[in-house]
Design a protein around this ligand. Structure first.
Ligand SMILES: [Zn+2]
Length: 182
């Protein structure tokens, strides 16, 4: 009696971790896209395409996993970058977090005071995630949460959950106006 197996704390932790994993959802954070200068056209000092073929480009290069071959053009936009002067690759990270839609009143720390008024049809969503995602949450330029496009409304803050665990908490707002989330 009164015997506590050595591994009990660890087992309790595992149970909590698995519950948390069940409750948490995958969400997608869009970070600044990766950019590479277009090898196929000449660009201005500010990086804009000059709509002129770069004749020094003779050997195909690999950019973002695609082989880019020289593609000469004499009029119109560069066929490689479509006149942008750079190639872009989406930079999306998938994280797991606890998602709570329209949490007003749930959390009394005043985080939502900065929420703009008169935004009927928008939804606020609270995301709680491991602190290792803090920077991704802070730097993201958008997110897809439960299939809905969102943008960061209140940057993440780190909060204690219990004595040791620290969670990043951020708020997003839907950019898809009128999209109602149950
Ligand atoms: Zn180009």
């Amino acid at each position: 009696m009164g015997y506590v197996p050595n591994n009990l704390p660890r087992e309790i932790k595992n149970v909590f971790n698995s519950i948390r994993k069940e409750l948490s959802r995958k969400l997608y954070l869009k970070l600044e896209p990766n950019k590479e200068d277009c090898p196929n056209c000449l660009t201005s000092a500010t990086g804009d395409s000059l709509d002129k073929f770069d004749s020094s480009f003779v050997t195909p290069v690999e950019i973002f996993g695609n082989i880019i071959s020289p593609s000469s053009f004499s009029r119109g936009r560069c066929p490689v970058c479509y006149g942008k002067g750079y190639l872009e690759q989406e930079n999306i990270v998938c994280i797991r977090g606890l998602v709570l839609w329209n949490p007003i009143g749930e959390d009394s720390r005043g985080d939502l005071q900065r929420t703009p008024v008169g935004i009927e049809g928008y939804n606020i969503v609270q995301v709680k995630a491991d602190k290792c995602y803090y920077e991704s949450l802070r730097d993201c330029v958008g997110a897809v949460i439960d299939g809905v496009d969102c943008e960061l409304q209140v940057p993440p803050t780190l909060r204690n959950v219990g004595p040791v665990e620290i969670t990043a908490v951020a708020y997003f707002i839907t950019t898809d106006v009128g999209h109602t989330v149950r």
